[in-house]
Ligand binder design. Structure first.
Ligand code: IMP
Length: 428
């Protein structure tokens, strides 16, 4: 029962879609276990770019069965739009191979309105959420008052449940946030009508996973967001509301703890963050513009989900070591190495100081107080986008990867050097 878990090691946007696509070529099952349509996983295959927010990126490989686990929060409208786009692109996203857990929670338009009202009320203390209703849906789940995908199958009971939820949000928005009343009846009726179309996809995703694992099938788990956005281990409160580390797979899919063959930590060759919160290696000068790009290319650092420019900075080795520990990462997939080409000097943060003194006691809660200590490494001028083996890379690029391995304490097994599916080096 081989399992591979692929997770982000930063604040999301590490290039998980393309790595999961790569790892899916031999997978029988590909499963998402956390988050919702706040995620944006991009896969480029020839002239087609797939932007997936909910459906596992492994759907593009026709042999896979795709599972959306109980740890997810699912907006039926986004799900249906994604299925439609996949179908139009010739990908089979039918209920024959795509299953949504009956225990996954639903995101409604009311959750989205509440998310936006809460962000507005936070003012300067805002989290910078994606506005997709993620937090409010997980709050309802934890409060044991949420709507679950399985509720859609209760044809008679669904309208009243949805209406009660929208009424509750309406009164919160009006009374607590002094916002405008929402059209309770209209929103509820439209949501019920759409949500019902999800019915054919609803299944016991956990049972499907357990049965297939017992039969020796290979499961690839696709984490969403990154470890530093984890609700517990991340930069709280500037986090998302789910478990984004590899450990979230078991509870978020409904499988028992069992051996995992590989935990692939997807790491961008530099650091980015959307939304607010501490970021010790953040750059604000010309180098930031250079790393971010102008937005003209699909791979420039602008959010797949929101279009927001991402904050950028040098790779943070201290955070990487922390994430390797909390996620049990066994190897790294380094993405966007090509973006570093042409920079004369590269920096990696290898330590922090606190109040001007070396600091060896790292605590994520104090991240905002640390100053980064950098190590300089020589850059390279060559274009690396056509490299397909490690030996095709300039020696300075190999040295950068080697230093990264030393800092991380795990090997680099995959390096991506461009957005195309084949622009990759399998090093391990
Ligand atoms: P939420 O998940 O929409 O509640 O947003 C909480 C924080 O997580 C914000 O800083 C978002 O920008 C960030 N976030 C959520 N999903 C992603 C993602 O897929 N990539 C990058 N950042 C994300």
């Amino acid at each position: 029962m081989p399992i591979t878990i692929a997770v982000g090691t930063q604040w999301g946007d590490e290039g998980k879609g393309r790595v999961v696509d790569l790892l899916s070529d031999t997978a029988d099952l590909v499963a998402r276990f956390n988050g919702g349509d706040n995620a944006g996983h991009t896969v480029t295959v020839g002239p087609t770019t797939f932007k997936l927010h909910l459906v596992p990126s492994g759907i593009i490989h026709p042999q896979t069965v795709c599972l959306m686990g109980n740890g997810m929060v699912i907006n039926p409208l986004s799900f249906l739009a994604e299925v439609e786009a996949l179908t139009a692109a010739g990908v089979d996203a039918s209920p024959a191979r795509l299953f949504v857990s009956q225990a996954a929670h639903l995101i409604t338009p009311a959750h989205r309105l509440l998310d936006q009202a809460q962000e507005a009320a936070r003012g300067a203390g805002r989290i910078g959420t994606t506005g997709r209703g993620i937090g409010p849906a997980y709050v309802d789940k934890t409060a044991r008052s949420g709507l679950r995908a399985g509720d859609i199958l209760d044809e008679a009971g669904l309208p009243a449940k949805v209406q009660a939820h929208v009424e509750q949000v309406d009164s919160l928005i009006r009374q607590l946030y002094h916002g405008e009343a929402i059209d309770v009846a209209g929103i509820s009726a439209a949501f019920v009508e759409k949500a019902r179309r999800l019915a054919p996809y609803i299944a016991d995703a956990g049972a499907i996973a357990r049965k297939n694992l017992a039969a020796g099938k290979y499961l690839l788990a696709e984490g969403a967001q990154g470890a530093l956005l984890d609700l517990d281990q991340g930069t709280y409160p500037f986090v998302t509301s789910s478990c984004t580390t590899a450990t979230g797979l078991f509870g978020g899919l409904g499988i028992g703890i069992q051996p995992v063959q590989r935990v692939v930590g997807i790491t961008k060759a530099f650091q980015t963050r959307v939304g607010d919160g501490p970021f010790p290696t953040e750059l604000k000068d010309d180098m930031a513009l250079r790393l971010r790009g102008t937005g003209a290319n699909p791979w420039d650092e602008y959010g797949t989900t929101t279009g927001r420019p991402r904050r950028v900075g040098w790779l943070d080795g201290v955070l990487l070591r922390y994430v390797i520990e909390i996620s049990g990462i066994t190897e790294l997939a380094v993405t966007k190495l090509d973006i570093l080409s042409g920079l004369p000097v590269l920096k990696i943060c290898t330590a922090y100081t606190l109040n001007g003194k070396p600091n060896s006691e790292f605590a994520v809660a104090h991240l905002g107080e640390y100053q980064p200590v950098y190590e300089d490494l020589p850059g390279w001028s060559e274009d690396v986008t056509s490299a397909r083996r490690l030996q095709d890379l300039p020696s300075a690029a190999r040295a950068y990867l080697h230093r990264l391995e030393e800092i991380a304490g795990v090997p680099v097994s995959i390096v991506s050097v461009g957005a195309e599916r084949d622009q990759v080096i399998r090093a391990g």
